[in-house]
Design a protein around this ligand. Structure first.
Ligand code: FAD
Ligand code: EPU
Length: 338
């Protein structure tokens, strides 16, 4: 385990923002982490845990110790007649882990194919796509306490998962370094294809006998058709959350904007499609300098090359304000601002 100083973070964030870290260390084991916690650099500075850097917007040089999580390993830890329990180390690339499960015909994660980043960050915002969230197959996770160095196991309930939410973004923010996540996957996969676009894509693929490989491929096709590839154009996926509003707010908006895209929730509230709100505010494809609103998916902000983190942030403020002025709805940023 080594600690370097003044390291460029540009290769480590999918927005491709040029910024540096005061200190930087890659950790490959729990022992590495515990050793790092005893270092002067750790004790005298703030820290930032980094996975794939695909949910971050860096707005300034990071005056902290950046800890790059590179713990590797996938392990089958328990098996019953119906389920397998698979423990994945935090530094494994999420999509590679999903593919590993699909190749073994372990069902549950196929709808979450092609989400960038590492497994260790998946509980942070309870990653989700195409009708599934990790909470649906999450069993438990392990994390090192950032002060005591103790390894703690968290159950699903303790993680307090919500829509793009967990206890690690709130009460326990910056307090734990996630080292592994264990999923309970099905040996007899149940298919989740209710999400409209998946059905359409499967029809187009002319699948006769459905399996989880096909669902994964359908999700990959849909995502590739509208989400920008960070290797080609910097971005961090959806920049904002889809806002939740009360029934009366929804009803009033629907009267004024009959094409409003909204989904009813179990608690009687409605979730609005933020991408639709942004597009209807005239901002889809909007560009200021190298910071832009993606031309195919208005929920995604992009870096066309040399935008600074502040330029992207200022653009996000402009989007927030424009949507608020037109619809009276306040968007919330999903991406972690550093
Ligand atoms: P990072 O960006 O490195 O970190 C994110 C946050 O988690 C930071 O606060 C960081 O400090 C913290 N963190 C990271 N690892 C650890 C750890 N081991 N312990 C403690 N804290 C940690 N998200 C979705 O939910 N659904 C999608 O469909 C989706 N699509 C996307 C599409 C694109 C093109 C892109 C670029 C992003 C997308 N995202 C999506 C967002 C992103 O991929 C996920 O949030 C992902 O889980 C982030 O993983 P990461 O390793 O890159 O995290
Ligand atoms: N829409 C528009 N204009 C746009 C974008 C979207 O009108 O520019 C409309 C679409 O026509 C559709 C609705 O908005 O009717 C929803 O669009 P889409 O299915 O693309 O999903 P989303 O709500 O924009 C969410 C997640 C994504 C996830 C997809 C698929 C959030 C914040 N985003 O996007 O997650 O992949 O659904 O499940 O919940 C991420 O979190 O980074 C992310 C990419």
């Amino acid at each position: 385990m080594t600690i370097s100083s003044n390291i460029s973070l540009q290769p480590y964030n999918t927005f491709g923002i040029a910024a540096s870290a005061r200190y930087f260390s890659a950790v490959r084991s729990i022992q590495d982490i515990q050793e790092l916690l005893h270092s002067i650099e750790y004790k005298n500075n703030k820290h930032l845990i980094l996975g794939g850097g695909s949910n971050l917007l860096i707005t300034k040089n990071v005056d902290a110790l950046v800890i790059k999580n590179e713990l590797k390993g996938i392990e089958l830890i328990k098996e019953t007649s119906d389920h397998v329990f698979v423990k994945c180390a935090a530094g494994e690339v999420w999509h590679e882990f999903v593919m590993w499960c699909i190749n073994k015909n372990y069902g549950g994660l196929e709808n979450l194919s092609l989400i960038p980043g590492c497994t260790g960050a998946s509980p942070m915002q309870n990653i989700g796509a195409y009708g599934i969230e990790i909470k649906d197959t999450f069993y438990e996770m392990e994390a090192v306490h950032a002060e005591t160095g103790e390894l703690k196991t968290f159950s699903k309930t303790e993680c307090e998962f919500g829509y793009r939410e967990s206890v690690f973004k709130r009460k326990f923010k910056n307090q734990f370094i996630i080292t592994s996540v264990t999923f309970q996957l099905s040996k007899h996969p149940v298919f989740h294809i209710e999400y409209g676009a998946i059905k359409q894509e499967l029809d187009a693929m002319q699948i006769s006998e459905l399996n989880i490989q096909d669902i994964s491929q359908a999700v990959i096709n849909i995502r590739s058709s509208k989400l920008p590839d960070p290797k080609k154009i910097g971005n961090a996926g959806s920049f904002f959350k889809n806002p939740e509003v009360s029934f009366s707010v929804y009803e009033n908006l629907k009267k004024e904007f009959p094409n409003l895209v909204a989904y009813p929730l179990e608690n009687q509230n409605y979730k609005l499609a933020a991408g639709w709100l942004i597009e209807q505010s005239g901002l889809k494809g909007y560009r200021k300098g190298d910071a832009g609103v993606h031309v195919l998916q208005a929920l995604v902000l992009v870096n066309y090359g040399n935008a600074s983190g502040n330029e992207i942030y200022n653009l996000s403020t402009h989007v927030l304000q424009t949507v608020k002025d037109k619809f009276g709805v306040e968007l919330e940023r999903e991406v972690n601002i550093i």
